[in-house]
Write a protein that binds this ligand. Structure first.
Ligand code: HEM
Length: 126
């Protein structure tokens, strides 16, 4: 891990981010808690997540260029998200990071950066 580079570059840029979301969403869909929240056609969600994570990790601002201010907590309000959902989301992401070959300390650093938003999007009691 090179601390002088963005997470985006540390992970491996566009190719790595694409691989990350392609590994992540099948896990989400197979998760008993998360799966039912998502539409059957996962491709549009995958594309938005690719665009969002690119900018969240310090790469090109793809999401905001297309959709404006992310307002991510607001965009998650229609869905009942408990702490358990947040934990499951992070677990799937941890597995996806392993799948794309992200090694420690980068893998833990990335998960730590995502754990803030994941907790912040909790909007329902368990
Ligand atoms: C805490 C657990 C989470 C749950 C249960 C969850 C669930 C969802 C659901 C159900 C959608 C809508 C799918 C649809 O279009 O129908 C969504 C969209 C999205 N989520 Fe999450 N999410 C979680 C955490 C996160 C985190 C931590 C991030 C990023 C830091 C994130 C980024 C996004 C993005 C970028 C979208 C697309 C937004 C858009 O429609 O423009 N989510 N999420």
């Amino acid at each position: 891990m090179d601390p002088n580079q963005s997470i985006y570059d540390n992970l491996g840029g566009e190719v790595a981010l694409r691989a990350l979301v392609e590994s992540f969403y099948p896990k989400v869909q197979n998760d008993p808690l998360l799966g039912p929240l998502f539409p059957e056609d996962i491709n549009p969600v995958m594309e938005k997540q690719y665009m969002f994570l690119s900018q969240f990790f310090g790469g090109p601002s793809l999401y905001s260029e297309e959709y404006g201010h992310p307002m991510m907590r607001a965009r998650h309000l229609p869905f009942p998200i408990t702490e358990k959902h947040g934990e499951a989301w992070l677990r799937c992401m941890g597995e996806a990071l392993t799948d794309i070959g992200a090694e420690e300390p980068l893998r833990g650093f990335v998960l730590n950066r995502l754990s803030g938003p994941a907790r912040h999007f909790v909007n329902s009691p368990s």
